[in-house]
Design a protein. Structure first.
Length: 229
C-alpha cells in the first residue's frame, strides 16, 4: 500500500512537471505567433512547410531558364530561316559595269541601280518559294506598268518565244521582256525579268525603269543573269 502511494505521488509530480513544461511551450509559441498547438506537433508542421517551400522555389527557378533559352535575335533568325526570304550566301553574281550595288534586305538578296541622264532603273534579286507560279507573278508585275489585267493569251505567247539562258552556276533560266505591255511613251515604266528555278524556289531578277533606258541596258541585264552562280 505504501509503495502504491509513493508511485501515485511520483506520477502526480511528474504530471505537474509535464503540465508546466507544456504550458511553458505554449506560452513561447503564442509569443512567437505560431498558434495554439503542441511543441512537437508544431515543429513537425514547420519542417513540413519549409520543405514544400523549397520544392515550389525549385520549380519556379526553371521557368526563367526555359523562357530565356531563345533570345529575340535567335527567334528572328529562326523566323527568317523558316520563311521564304532569300539566303544571300547561296547566290553569287557579277555586277555589270556602270551599275551600283546596294545591300539587300529581308525581301531582296541585292539591289542594283543604273542611271543615264534623268533616267534611272532599279534591278532586284528576289528568291521566292511557295505560293504563286511564274504566270501569276508576271501578271501582278504587268499590272504595275499597264492599265488593267493583261491578256493571258498574249502573255503565254510571250513566254513561249522568250529566250533562255544558262547561268555560270549551270542553271537554266528564261528572260522575259515585258516592254510590249508597257504604255507607248518612251519614258513610260517598263520591266524585264530573268527567272531561274533553284531547288524548291525561283530566283527572279527584275529590272524596272523607263522603257528607253531598259532597252539600252538589256545586254547588261542579260550579263547579270548569265553571271548567277
Amino acid at each position: 500500500m505504501l509503495k502504491i502511494l509513493k508511485t501515485n505521488t511520483i506520477f502526480r509530480t511528474a504530471s505537474r512537471g509535464s503540465a508546466f513544461a507544456t504550458f511553458f511551450c505554449l506560452a513561447v509559441l503564442l509569443g512567437a505567433g505560431l498558434g495554439l498547438t503542441g511543441c512537437s506537433k508544431n515543429s513537425h508542421e514547420v519542417r513540413s512547410y519549409t520543405e514544400i517551400q523549397r520544392k515550389a522555389s525549385g520549380v519556379a527557378s526553371k521557368k526563367p531558364e526555359t523562357s530565356a533559352s531563345l533570345s529575340p535575335d535567335q527567334m528572328a533568325m529562326l523566323n527568317k530561316m523558316t520563311g521564304s526570304s532569300a539566303k544571300p550566301d547561296k547566290v553569287q553574281w557579277t555586277t555589270p559595269e556602270g551599275w551600283t550595288e546596294s545591300t539587300g534586305n529581308s525581301m531582296r538578296i541585292a539591289t542594283f541601280k543604273v542611271t543615264e541622264g534623268d533616267d534611272a532603273a532599279e534591278t532586284s534579286l528576289v528568291l521566292l518559294g511557295g505560293g504563286g507560279g511564274i504566270e501569276e507573278n508576271l501578271i501582278r508585275w504587268i499590272g504595275q506598268i499597264a492599265d488593267g489585267e493583261p491578256d493571258r493569251a498574249k502573255l503565254l505567247a510571250l513566254l513561249e518565244e522568250s529566250p533562255t539562258f544558262q547561268t555560270e552556276g549551270g542553271r537554266s533560266g528564261i528572260l522575259v521582256d515585258l516592254a510590249s505591255f508597257a504604255k507607248e511613251e518612251d519614258d513610260a515604266d517598263s520591266m524585264m525579268t530573268g527567272i531561274v528555278p533553284m531547288d524548291n524556289q525561283k530566283l527572279f531578277v527584275k529590272m524596272t525603269g523607263p522603257k528607253r533606258l531598259l532597252a539600252k541596258q538589256k545586254e547588261a541585264f542579260r550579263a547579270l543573269c548569265d553571271s548567277l552562280r
